[in-house]
Each structure stands twice: as C-alpha cells, then as structure tokens.
Design a protein around this ligand. Structure first.
Ligand code: GLY
Ligand code: MN
Ligand code: MN
Length: 434
C-alpha cells in the first residue's frame, strides 16, 4: 500500500526531488512529552512511526535508488527508555527504503542525493531543523550552477501534489475510516445510554474514550467535546467539567483515531432527560432536515460548496418560519445574516487528519466531488447570549436560549452517490428520546 502511494507520488513529481520530514516529539512540560503523533504526509508515504526521520523521494533517480530514509539508529541505551527502534536496518528491510542512513548523516549526504533534480519539493516554514540543510544544499547548487551547468532552479511546495493524492481515498483507506467510524459510533450509543441529569460531562467523556482504547484505537482524534446546555454554543468546548442539567440538551462531538491514524468525527445532540422541550424539538428537526438534504447533495459531479449551500438554505428557511430570522431567504443568505446562529461551515475533508488536506476551491471554482473523497456533513444551530445579533435581526426570546445542536456524520462519495459511514450512531428524532 505504501509502495503504491510512493509510485503515485513519484509520477506526480516528474524529475523533482521531495524532502518530507517526520514529526518531532513535542514537549508537554519540563522533560515530559506528548504521545508521539506522526506527520500525516510522512506517514502516508512511509508507514514509519518514529520521530525526527527524513524521507527523500528522488524522482530524478532510476528505480531502486529513489526512496531514502534517514532515521534514528538502533541504540540499546535509548531503546531502554523509549522502546524499540527500527534502525537503519529496519528502514530498508521493513519499510522498503532503497537506502537508509543514521539521521546524523543527513547534512553531509543530502547534497549528493538532491543533485540532478529539476526542482526541490520541500515545505518551507514548517520544519526548521531540516529547512536549514535543504536551503544550504540549494544555495550551494545555485552558487555552483555557472560552473556545473546544473541546479534545481526552484523550490516548490509538495503539498498540492501530495494532498491531491491524499484527498482521493483508496479502498484500503475507506476500510480504515469505516473501522474508526464503527468504534466511534458505538461510543456515541454508549454515551447516550449512560446520560442522565446529575452526571458530569467528563464521566461521559471518560466512557467514550475508554471505548476507543478498548477497541484498539490510539485514542480520541481531537479533544472530545461533551457539552451540556449552553456549553454546546462554544464550538470547541473541551473543558467538559459541568454537571448535566435536567431539561438541557447534551452535544457530544467525539471520534477516535486508529493506530494508523485514520479518524472518525461524529456529533450527536440529545435531551439529557430523554425528552425534548418544544423549542429543542423544532430546532433539532430543522438541523436534521438540513443535514439529510446536505447529505443527499453528496454525489460525484456535485460541488463541495453545494453541500454547505444546501444545509444553510434549509436552516435559514426554517429560522425565518420560526421568527428567529427576518427578511428574504436569498437576502439573508447573501448577507450571511444567519451567522450569529450558524457560524461554521457544513463540513471538511476527513482522513489521516481530522480536518484533512486537499483543496476545497481552485481559484473561484469549488472542487467537484469524486468517488473516494470523504467529508463530514455537520450543520448546527447555536442560540446563546454569547454572540451579538447581527443588524436588523429580531431579539431572541429567552425560551430559545441555551440550545446548541449539531449533527455530524462522515460520508464517502461513491460512484452512485454516497455512503454514510457513521449511521450506527443513531440520529433520528425518535432514537434521541427515551
Ligand atoms: N470535531 C471537530 C469538527 O467537527 O470539525
Ligand atoms: Mn467535523
Ligand atoms: Mn466533530
């Protein structure tokens, strides 16, 4: 799988050489580190899960000399503290590198490897430890070009090439996203079962994350959001330390990340005591309708932008009918005069990153959906005193306040239309009630 990805990347590189660094360890505090999280670009091309490594993709070289890894070498002293390393040996025998070297040799070897490439593909500004070596090699090539007659004359960003590949998932990748979706959907069902007035948000979080770990996932894909009542109107609420109140809704936005980093991203919102109030019910129905219509617009040839436009139109029509917005639907949409109630986009690509890579637009044109693309569809409504009401809009009656609703599913574009990967987490209005 990784070798096929490299082949596709080599095809897109032409005669360029790419330098793709792994992630470093990140300090949490003092000498304690966060759990290691590999750089998704590096992972996608190598499957190598150790820090600080550097991969070279030398498309200007013949086959058999094109994939080079610089890695931390085996060291019994280091491995006692931090676990086994693959070492230089493993980089070739286990990970398919044509050549591998200790990291310490990068500065003296990089120049030889990059010689003869038309361009150097390296993301400037993200990897300061490696950037200085790449720029030094390039500077030397340019300085010597009048005599050698050859140099890479441009430094390009690898992202458009690589992220174009990552945007279109292969069947193996869809299988993994489905596994993340299965585990995450089960966790949401467990969360709803145990929710009741008096339970703390963090107890629900703990149950969800316990399920992720028990099912073999690495853990949460992002800070789990377990937000009762008005807390749901803070879009990235992760404090999760309040007691759930009778009569409020609970919004849970949580998904797991697998050992190979594929993610799910699900949001469900339901009444804590099992019964919607009248206001909660009509708003939930409206968000659900917006989501269902938006999901129906996911199919090959439709634009990514249409998914958002579909959801936002349903929401604005419903809010006008309820008296929460006033004006013509087209005018409200044009002026975005709904943004005090719905302030985020309706979705994002999903893959190795939760907010996955890949363009949504090319200049003025929205990307057309293609089979294999995976996106979230996650409309919501948030009614709170926290945000000022935009000019010309009606004051909101107290009875609506403290309601935050989002419904989020993960959807893959198929040749026929789409498949919702997360429907095992129920969202129908009846299943939200007890
Ligand atoms: N959980 C982050 C998001 O829904 O985009
Ligand atoms: Mn999302
Ligand atoms: Mn989410």
């Amino acid at each position: 799988m990784f070798s096929q990805r490299r082949d596709r990347f080599f095809d897109s590189l032409g005669a360029s050489a790419a330098v793709i660094p792994a992630a470093p360890m990140v300090t949490h505090h003092a000498d304690c580190e966060y759990p290691f999280r590999q750089n998704s670009d590096f992972w996608y091309l190598t499957g190598f899960d150790e820090p600080d490594a550097v991969a070279l993709f030398l498309a200007h070289r013949p086959e058999g000399e094109r994939f080079v890894l610089f890695v931390h070498p085996s060291s019994s002293e280091e491995e006692v503290w931090n676990g086994a390393r693959s070492g230089v040996e493993g980089a070739t025998s286990l990970y398919g590198a044509d050549f591998a070297h200790p990291l310490s040799e990068l500065p003296q070897r990089l120049g030889d490897y990059l010689e003869g490439a038309d361009q150097i593909a390296f993301r400037v500004g993200k990897h300061p430890h490696i950037e200085k070596f790449v720029l030094k090699v390039w500077t030397q090539q340019l300085d010597q070009a009048p005599r050698t007659g050859a140099s890479a004359f441009s430094l390009i960003a690898p992202c458009p090439l690589l992220h174009n590949l990552r945007l279109r998932k292969t069947p193996d990748e869809i299988v993994r996203i489905k596994e993340a979706a299965r585990i995450s959907a089960e966790a949401h069902e467990l969360a709803r079962d145990m929710t009741a007035p008096g339970v703390n948000e963090r107890t629900v979080q703990a149950l969800i994350e316990k399920h992720f770990l028990e099912q073999g996932a690495r853990g949460p894909a992002y800070g789990s959001i377990v937000a009762g009542g008005d807390n749901a109107c803070v879009l990235h609420y992760t404090a999760n330390n309040n007691v759930l109140k009778d009569g409020d809704l609970l919004l849970v936005d949580a998904g797991c990340s697998l050992v190979d980093y594929y993610n799910a991203d699900i949001t469900r919102t339901f009444p804590i005591n099992g019964k919607f109030t009248g206001e909660q019910y009509v708003l939930y129905e409206l968000v659900l309708e917006a989501q269902q219509k938006a999901i129906a617009s996911v199919s090959p040839g439709h634009k990514a932008e249409e998914v958002h436009q579909t959801a936002v139109r349903v929401l604005v029509e419903g809010l006008v009918d309820l008296g929460l917005l006033q004006g013509s639907v087209d005018g409200l949409l044009e002026q975005q005069a709904y943004r005090h109630l719905y302030m985020h986009r309706t979705g994002h690509w999903l893959g190795l990153d939760v907010h996955d890579v890949g363009a949504y637009r090319l200049g003025d044109y929205s990307i057309a959906l293609e089979p294999g693309m995976v996106l979230t569809v996650e409309p919501g409504l948030y009614i709170s005193d926290r945000l000022p009401i935009s000019g010309g809009q009606p004051q909101i009656d107290e009875k609506w306040k403290g309601i935050g609703i989002r419904i989020e599913d993960d959807v893959v574009v198929t040749p026929e239309g789409n498949e919702v990967l997360t429907s095992a987490a129920l969202s129908g209005i009846k299943s939200m009630q007890r």
